[in-house]
Design a protein around this ligand. Sequence first.
Ligand code: COI
Length: 368
Amino acid sequence: MSLDFPLDRAAHPLPGAERRAILADPGFGRWFTDHMAVAAWDTERGWHDGGIRPLAPFTLHPGAAVLHYGQEIFEGLKAYRHADGSLWLFRPRDNARRFAASARRLALPELPEDAFLRAAEELVRADADWVPEADADGPEGSGEQSLYLRPFLIATEPFLGVRPSAQALFRVLASPAGPYFPSGVTGVTLWVTETYARAAAGGTGAAKCGGNYAGSLAAQNEAREHGCEQVLYLDSAGHGTIEESGTMNLCLVTRDGELLTPALGTILEGVTRDTVLALAPELGLRPVERAIPLAELRSRVAEGTVTEVFAAGTAAVLTPVTGFKGEGYAVTVGDGTPGATTLALRRAVLDLQYGRTEDRHGWLHRVR
Ligand code: COI
């Protein structure tokens, strides 16, 4: 039986004037809309009780497995308002597929792709007034307003033994979003941590699970202590190759026209990463996925054959990396300002997402 998401409309949505004030400057992740998508799963009934309901807290038994062993996964995707008022999701099936893959890795039930998609669509329809207008004419960094969707799945069975939970809850939250980094596209600096690793072969690095992000917070603090906004991880096997930043994939632009990024394996299979790899040839770049030693990154940035570095993620879109530091060294990328190729790629991604260029890849999914 397929899972449906009928709407139970909120009796007391936020008044329009307050919603508009939030949409004028939403920041990232600070506000939530009037509704959420819900569904439940257990071993007897499978998926059931789907719906779009008024946003509300829920109660959990203190023994719920998620609270003890972190059996949890999540996703991030965005809804965009095009100039004609229509609403669109970008590559939502890729998020649905990754959600299912993460569920398999965390021994959670797989939500069928169609149900994932319907939950996202119905939530955006219910909260359509919360999808901000894009500010396409503003300075770089302004035009990325969207409605960020946060699907997640938690293990709820009250049980202290270590085994897969027999019960789970699915929710999708919606949160109006501006730029992830308050600094916008002025760029961020990365701290190359040699204290912490993000993932090991056979671990959960490729899954989008809360534990990966909880484990990143101490490294993030270390980055801040060194005056950097984000952390850059190396592989955990001691090969000295770069992996990803705390919340984003990393890409390099070389002087001879490569778009170079670490190969998949222990890193997150980012949808934005894949998008820039696919768009690269349209901007005259050759996409290359391979292991990248930190030593190569350092020497090539220093000699100028790696001309630009940027980070890619749904929340952060494309964020220029203007420099990086590690124990005993600091490197400036290019002249320390966002690179022209990074900004062109960023513009190409945003133009697609907001329907300003032709969607030749079939990535846009109309919701309304
Ligand atoms: C995203 O880019 O959507 C993420 O999930 C990163 C972060 C906000 C945790």
